[in-house]
Design a binder for this molecule. Sequence first.
Ligand code: SAH
Length: 225
Amino acid sequence: MPTVPSMASDAIRNRMVQRLAGQGIGDVRVLRAMMAVERHLFVDSALVNQAYEDTSLPIGFGQTISKPNVVARMIELLLGASALAGQPDARLGRILEVGTGCGYQATVLSHVASEVYSIERLRGLHERARTNIRPLRLATVHLLFGDGMVGYAKGGPYAGIIAAAGGDAVPQAWIDQLAVGGRIVAPMQSTGGGQVLVVIDKTPAGVQRRVLEAVHFVPLKSGIA
Ligand code: SAH
């Protein structure tokens, strides 16, 4: 494991969190979670000195970890689910993450949610995430190997579903496995050809969809490899 003296890593992470706040991340639950998780433990040793910069980084197998700003933004959106309205200190319930990658975002999520189910379709990355998370002893993070396009019904219904890979559409299975009052935050192919961030709320009155800013995620693929 790469070793950055922990005091130094605290100071660097504190600067990252200050920058996130300056970029408009206002939810203290998110800022605290971003402060708590040592991002450098999840990236390749050659990239450790870039771990706290606002940049996406390769995590092997052709995949990337999103930049801190995007992770924070998506988790902040997840916490905006109507089930938590008016409860600025509350935790989310069960969360499904599609695309575990190196396990960084799953670990951040464990600070704002009661249980995190995270599914990865590439065995190599699933195993890498296991190795990264094992020393942290996170009893509430459940790493699954499989195709997240079908969700993970056994862990549901979910208070939130967050995808780290973008497809042509949000799979119906995710909407089915979402609790009423819950929210999906996912990148999706836009009609213009790029990707956009989509927020889907499941309300007693039905499903509401909002399209937000342009984003750049790796593709959501079906099947396992
Ligand atoms: N949240 C991750 C980022 C991972 S990048 C982190 O913090 O590191 C997106 C990941 O989604 C890739 O590892 C890719 O393999 C995975 N992925 C793509 N389609 C998937 C699917 N259908 N099911 C599960 N994982 C998928």
